[in-house]
Design a binder for this molecule. Structure first.
Ligand SMILES: *Cc1c(COP(=O)(O)O)cnc(C)c1O
Length: 369
């Protein structure tokens, strides 16, 4: 194993020749952006793969999320979780709305549905839960609350590409789901994102929001931004999608090995697979308990780094602890999220990580004494 450097994530790439072949016709068509043939083909292939009625593509997942909030006409307060990537909370604040932080479950780190209702006020317009690490939220519980209080639901499904709940694909819950196609995600277009939704009325709304609020060339009925996916990016997606099942299977083999070697170790808490879920093996988070294991999370991260293995404190800090929001939120309102964030380390995981790589990483963790 080459321990010289093991990153925490490593983008999947299609064969070079395949990508070159895919973009070749762009040189004659000169159609580079604005819903070209690659964009259209990717939309079609993705709606098939994700098994959804509608999908709209964007320059990245974050802008997709900002525009989902806009398209649904949300106002006031949005109930969400702080155990997520910056994007989720930033998207709410960039829309000049107020995030209200709900705590998370101890076992799967998704929103604790039993704590949502207490946070609802007359200003609440939506719930924005995160399928964090590809773990699926309690979609039925969330739907019941949303219906009772007439709230919209947007899922941050950035981690959940290809995940299924029983036979139902994850992008079919709530009003919209956002998928990120960033380079480090399970499926990527270098940078990119998508929104899935069952109500087709959002399709033209999203199309104009991502194109400066314009309809055609002379009509500008709304305020919009520029969030279009280019043909060059869509072409990367078309190539990567052809290999996605094998890439996910390879991740699965690496994760199985981690579980084999690390489960049952005193002081380590692994995130157990959820029941009735088809996973995508996107992240492998581990909680470290110093009293029982001998090292805390920061010490394990430092030990790995000394061996040129980069693990990540993903997600630390919590978004309600960001310097940018100083004084706005109270950390003690989400104690479970705080404890998880303080003890979690996400170990390297990507399709090309071999079983031998995993053995090497685990050896260093387990023989720390
Ligand atoms: C990656 C990610 C995003 C944002 O996606 P980009 O495509 O990088 O803009 C949003 N939420 C979560 C939880 C993410 O991990």
């Amino acid at each position: 194993m080459n321990l010289k450097s093991t990153p925490v994530v490593r983008p999947s790439m299609p064969p070079y020749e395949e990508y070159i072949h895919e973009i070749k016709d762009i040189w004659s068509s000169r159609w580079l952006t604005h819903s070209g043939p690659k964009h259209q083909a990717l939309e079609e292939k993705l709606s098939e793969y994700l098994d959804v009625d509608n999908i709209s593509l964007f320059a990245n997942g974050h802008l997709a999320l900002e525009l989902a909030i806009d398209a649904l006409g949300l106002s006031g307060e949005i109930i969400t979780t702080p155990f997520t990537f910056a994007s989720t909370t930033q998207a709410i604040l960039r829309n000049r709305l107020t995030p209200v932080f709900c705590d998370i479950n101890e076992d799967d780190y998704t929103i604790d549905v039993s704590k949502i209702e207490a946070l609802i006020t007359e200003k609440t317009s939506a719930i924005l839960p995160v399928h964090v690490y590809g773990n699926v939220c309690d979609v039925d519980g969330i739907a019941r609350i949303a219906q009772k209080y007439n709230l919209k639901v947007i899922y941050d499904a950035a981690h959940a590409f290809g995940v299924k709940i029983k036979d139902r694909a994850v992008g079919n819950f709530g009003d919209m789901s956002m998928f990120s196609f960033h380079a480090t995600k399970v499926f990527h277009t270098v940078e990119g994102g998508g929104l899935t939704y069952s109500n087709s009325k959002y399709s033209p709304v999203l199309a104009r929001l991502r194109q400066f609020g314009m309809v055609g060339q002379e009509s500008v009925p709304t305020v919009g931004t520029n969030a279009k996916m280019t043909e060059i990016h869509a072409a990367m997606g078309l190539c990567n999608l052809r290999h996605i099942n094998e890439e996910i299977a390879k991740r699965g083999r690496a994760m199985d090995r981690y579980r084999e070697l690390l489960s049952g170790v005193k002081g380590l808490t692994l995130c157990n697979p959820q029941k009735n879920i088809t996973p995508n093996y996107c992240y492998f988070p581990v909680l470290f308990n110093k009293k029982e294991f001998g090292l805390n999370r920061d010490e394990v991260a430092a030990l790995l780094e000394k061996n040129n293995i980069l693990a990540r404190k993903y997600f630390y800090p919590l978004t309600n602890d960001f310097e940018a929001y100083k004084g706005m939120f109270e950390l003690q309102k989400t104690p479970v999220a705080k404890r998880i964030a303080d003890n979690v380390l996400t170990l390297p995981l990507y399709a090309d990580l071999t079983v031998e790589d995993v053995d090497g990483i685990c050896k260093i963790i387990l023989h720390h004494g």
